[in-house]
Ligand binder design. Sequence first.
Ligand code: 87F
Length: 970
Amino acid sequence: MSLHGTVPVLKGIDHTVLELVAALNDSAVTASEGGTTPALVKKTVNAFTGVSSQQTASSLAGCVRLLSSSTNAQDSSAEAVALQDSWMQSAEQSLLPVLRTDKADATSALFQSAVADFATKIEEYLFAKDQTFLVGDTVTAADVVVGSVLAAACSLCKVAVGQQTMRWLQTVDRMCQSCCPQQATAWMEWMEHVSLDEKQAVLEKPAVAVATPLPAVVKAAPVVPKAAPAATAPVSAPSGSTSDIAANVGDNAILKLLAKLGVEHTVYDHAASMTAEELVVNVPLTNAKDSHTKNLFFKDKKHGMFLVTVATDSTVNTKDLGKLLQLPGKVNLRLADTALLDSVLHVKPGCVGPLSMGLVQDVTQIKMVLDKALLTKDHIHSHPARNDQSVVMTPTAMKQFLKELKVEPIVLEFGSADAGAVTLPGKAPANRPPEAKTAKPAAAAKKKGDAKPTTNINKKTSEKGQTLLALQWKKEENFAQWYTDVIVLSEMISYYDISGCYILRPWSYKMWELIQEWFNAEIQELDVENAYFPLFVSQDRLEKEKDHVAGFAPEVAWVTRSGEGELAKPIAVRPTSETIMYPAYSDWIKSHRDLPLKLNQWSNVVRWEFKYPTPFLRTREFLWQEGHTAHSTFEEANETVLQVLDLYRGVYEDLLAVPVIKGFKTEKEKFAGGYRTTTVEAYIAGSGRAIQGATSHHLGQNFGKMFDIKFQDEKGESQVAWQTSWGLTTRTIGVMVMVHGDDVGLVLPPRIAPLQVVIVPIISKKLKSEDADPYCLDILADLKKIGIRTKYDDRTMYNPGWKYNHWEQKGVPVRIEVGPRDMEQKSVRLVVRHDGSKEDFAVNGLGAVLKDKLVEIQATMFAKAKIARDSHVVKVIDWKGFVPELEKNNLVLTPWCGGENEEWEEWVKKTSREESLKARGAEEEDEKTATSVAAKTLCIPFDQPELPAGTKCFASGLEASCWVLWGRSY
Ligand code: 87F
């Protein structure tokens, strides 16, 4: 059998596969045909010894394709093809995400679970063929490749394969042996080295970490199958080489600390487990006197923070904890949220443990509570700030560790719910191996009429093979978690180790560039020029006009050192640039001929906030544009303020398809340094909150006076300049995500989409990529020519289903599918992201159709968001109806006394907060929460409904002067 035809399918796969393909083409025969397969096997295995797991993973994917195309020759029934397709899809979905993560090393849980999935899929496939397919049949060169790769990958990451797969591997082995017995390869050695019985035993036993205390930090290391790979590794104690230790410990601050403190411990890897319950199931412990830990991090407004660590079979009753701890007065212990975990313990959810104390800057901030039962164990297993590893130590070592940190734990007795087995709904009892490891392949189970094997992993965590494939939270279920899922999964954001700082990946940065491009073109029309001012501001300058910074001072970040030395005077990092720019304005502006001066700068600013951060919405460093203009008259400045405000409306409504309400800020909410602040306010239905989109300030002459920005008018008289300032930040992007995203992921309005159209060829045995390529490339060229941001996804290692999912998560507005029938009919199928609609169109004239389609999508998305927003704006004329409407997630428009009656604004804020908390049965709010239940004024909308004479303010009962819009806000 010749494999020439498969070469193009492998295009884009790494060199290892190309090498394999070259070898296959050299041999061009199957093992059963008595060709050169042993040499091929040798080459194959050599290729996998010492290569990275990324290469292994991508090679596996290539091999799946090879196997599929070669097995097609044997069985082309619809059923076989469908099975092969589903096998391929599943294998690729499990392997390829791994390939794409930076965690892809052979010891990682992700890699292991991907290989396990791959092996399971082969098993399912073989079962589906009634145990005859490939077993005892002709062995193809592709089987040899897949077999070798599977053996190599399994031994690399120590995942055991199923019985049927073993039989198939043995058949492959036997065939190769009979063909050329002298050629011993690492793979064959492995095959011979471990008997089927042993492998079966491995299958029946769970992966167990045997906690043998070792003197040094030791980490499980991949066993490279140079000689005989250790197939029994899952039951062996963690072991590793010194270089592995260095490499792995080097990355982990806690492991480094343990080593530095000389605390005796061992480390092992396991499946990522978000909760203690999962750990118990995923990583059963052989020694009944060992225990994992269950950890709860609480915050109480009055009593501070508590890290509670108990044995997994102890129960913590939050209500009684205050009593147990003998806390005086009112106790309101609440579980800390992600942001607090991040800022104080520096860990992600699911990774908390007693060792987290090692990362805490000021341990006196936290009271550590330790379960007495843990101290009676032989060993305590706990996470080193990552939940796919555990550190094993004796209670004495744990105490030593805490002592070194100067942490004095409060030791308490907690009751046990049910000593021994913690059985969770749908999960295996603790003394049984995880079902995923022993489950019958789904196909086999189905055949026998069994119930579908239940997964042992909580829905909210990494399901095998789905780790990176789906959102874990629905938008309605948990909006904040959903948001985090969306921005991470769509590759917009990566987290960073400084709280409140995030990496903007190309997908989101491109959106910012599109905003910049549009905004730059618009401000150019207003004769605004771009410039750049320094990042730093001297203390003298910043504090010269104390009034300006007064309220903001706590947020200013200072540089106090360079290298080892202290700076003579600290310098501030710009939180905004008035104090940097206006002294220069004072120098530059002398005469009315120097006006107007209209400058804009694109930059980053730093505001060291202490409220919980939210990517894009509230971050310590953010990107923005800040415009600063100086004019000779009030009116001219006013015109600029309103022109820019309309550009902000344009960014939101026209680019981001997010409706906004324009208005004036009240005196209380305006920028204190200015005369009047205008704003655009958006509404986020998912959280029922409003958010300030951008502000444009009329500064009056305040800053002109402060910074001596004066000019001689035409009459030669000295005048103070009238100024404006205005800013728009990367918050725009977060608002757009929140407004449009759905339970699949991001949904992008076309004008802000880095890619507007993606072309996906439906490659199958009916359509080869070499045939699809010219067809799709022509479409690509046509669309690009007319300015549509288009990509042809011709990657061969991903199947169409994977690509659909990927681009949907990234929110690409339109997908073009090209299948064999489309090609025959010279058409394509368009699938629209925001509503899932599908329609076929002729290729001829497709560009024009798509141009219209994108405009239509943009308009429909805006209309949809506007309907959602409008349905949440209600009018209320008396106090009675106010809080109930807020509780319904509404923005509330009320008659307002305003003006000098500023104190009523504070009254509404305070009273609405109290009433809301009462309605919810809660006592108080965390002051750090970025999302208070109190109502704030959003704006006095420009667009005012009629206010009949004599209308009273809804709060004060005084004469109303206008309508004001209220809401809970970010
Ligand atoms: C934080 C620290 C120091 C906001 C701050 O809105 C100073 C400030 O002046 C500060 N946070 N502000 C107000 C910024 C006003 C204004 N600046 C130019 C804008 C638009 C762009």
